[in-house]
Design a protein around this ligand. Structure first.
Ligand code: PLP
Length: 399
């Protein structure tokens, strides 16, 4: 089946955060929504069909995941990333952030240090703080305009941390970590006895045939000292169905994670539609998935080329993974214009009429950057470039 990712789709009035939540989040309902990480494309047809078929049965009682529930996910991991996940390592968690929070609750105590690598997905910091743990920053560093892991900062941070929340691939820098980089992280964590909570929600969103390496695969220590979190939500655009997965090879760790999610919080039941969607997505979503990746690659190329040609002072940080890369706006915030982070956001909202996430949301390291969502119809990106070009002409210094 050929999917038409260019086809316009009106999401207004569907209780969706990205479009219906604009007024609340940005104070303007008529701006182009290029924020929050979901895509404006319909989910794969087999997913839509599976949900419709299940919805046709009018009893929506407690769901149960059968023995074979994880088979399609296990096969997916093997096929795409060569990871031999055992069915018994897997369990349900509603959301990935919820899995991160449960892991922190289970394995750290108030006051413990928890390391993150900013600029990074902001709920990590929020949940560490909310649980009275201590944020230990090991910031990524800009090397030749590319964010790289700062291994010295990681080594320093590991000495005062009980756990590392790894974001791999890394949101918002779009970095896909190599096996060598992940092995170095594992060695640092092993030396310092740091548990790794590996958020791999973006692991399927890697471009141009590159390969994701699951952290637990890099060596024996990593397998036995990590909790991996994955989900169909980004891959197949089903974030609203809350059906994420914990993968914990170490039986002792697994028992504790399962206890936190199933026993302590009693949130291991799940949603009947998430269950049928996840199973169908991993089993039958491949065709859609491949076409979606090609479309996003086209979006990346389009935006990159157009910005270079028409608004060269705003640069796309080309992502290796994730459809939510950074726009480098440091020529607007630095130099002669010298906009503050707030002024940059006001320029985008007020003059360009586009809503993106502020880089500073992800940490101070995000200053001068905005995060843009490329999981949308190309026409929306064309409109964005048109608006940006026009607004830029009115800035005191012409591009
Ligand atoms: C790195 C990362 N982790 C987790 C999430 C959210 O996961 P969930 O909705 O399953 O909690 C996102 C969403 O953007 C994300 O980018």
């Amino acid at each position: 089946m050929i999917y038409d990712f260019d086809k316009p789709l009106n999401r207004l009035g569907t209780d969706c955060e990205k479009w219906d939540g604009l007024q609340k989040r940005f104070g303007a309902a008529d701006v182009l929504p290029l924020w929050v990480a979901d895509m404006d494309f319909p989910s794969p047809e087999p997913v839509v069909r599976a949900i419709a078929e299940r919805a046709a049965h009018p009893v929506y009682g407690y769901p149960m995941r059968g023995e074979d529930y994880y088979d399609s996910f296990v096969a997916w991991e093997k096929k795409h990333w060569g990871w031999d996940v055992k069915r018994e390592w897997c369990n349900y968690v509603p959301g990935v952030v919820c899995g991160v929070a449960a892991s922190l609750m289970g394995f750290t105590a108030p006051g413990d240090g928890v390391m993150i690598m900013p600029p990074v997905y902001h709920p990590f910091r929020n949940t560490i703080n909310a649980q009275g743990r201590r944020v230990v920053n090991a910031p990524m560093k800009l090397v030749n305009d590319r964010f790289e892991i700062d291994f010295e900062a990681l080594e320093r941070g590991a000495k005062e941390a009980r756990a590392l929340i790894l974001c791999s691939p890394h949101n918002p820098t779009g970095r896909l970590f190599s096996r060598e980089e992940l092995t170095k992280i594992a060695e640092i964590c092993e030396r310092n006895d740091v548990l790794v909570i590996s958020d791999e929600i973006h692991s399927d969103l890697v471009f141009w045939g590159k390969k994701h390496t699951p952290f637990a695969m890099v060596n024996d220590w990593a397998r036995e000292h990590s909790i991996t979190l994955m989900a169909p939500s980004k891959t197949f655009n089903v974030a609203g169905l809350v059906a994420s997965i914990t993968i914990v090879p170490n039986a002792k760790l697994r028992a504790q994670v399962d206890h936190m999610i199933g026993g302590w919080m009693h949130i291991g039941g799940g949603n009947i539609f998430g269950l049928v969607a996840a199973r169908a997505a991993y089993a039958e979503g491949e065709e859609w998935y491949r076409q979606m990746l090609r479309y996003i690659e086209g979006n990346i190329d389009y935006l990159d080329e157009q910005l270079k040609k028409r608004v060269p002072q705003v640069r796309l940080m080309r992502p290796e993974a994730t459809y939510i890369p950074l726009l480098d706006c440091r020529e607007l915030t630095g130099g002669a214009l010298g906009m503050t982070a707030d002024e940059l956001q006001q320029f985008m909202l007020g003059s360009v009429r586009a809503a993106m996430n502020e880089g500073t949301l992800f940490g101070a390291e995000g200053e001068g950057f905005l995060r843009i969502n490329l999981g949308t119809q190309r026409a929306n990106l064309e409109e964005f470039v048109r608006r940006l070009e026009k607004a830029a002409e009115k800035l005191p210094i012409r591009f």
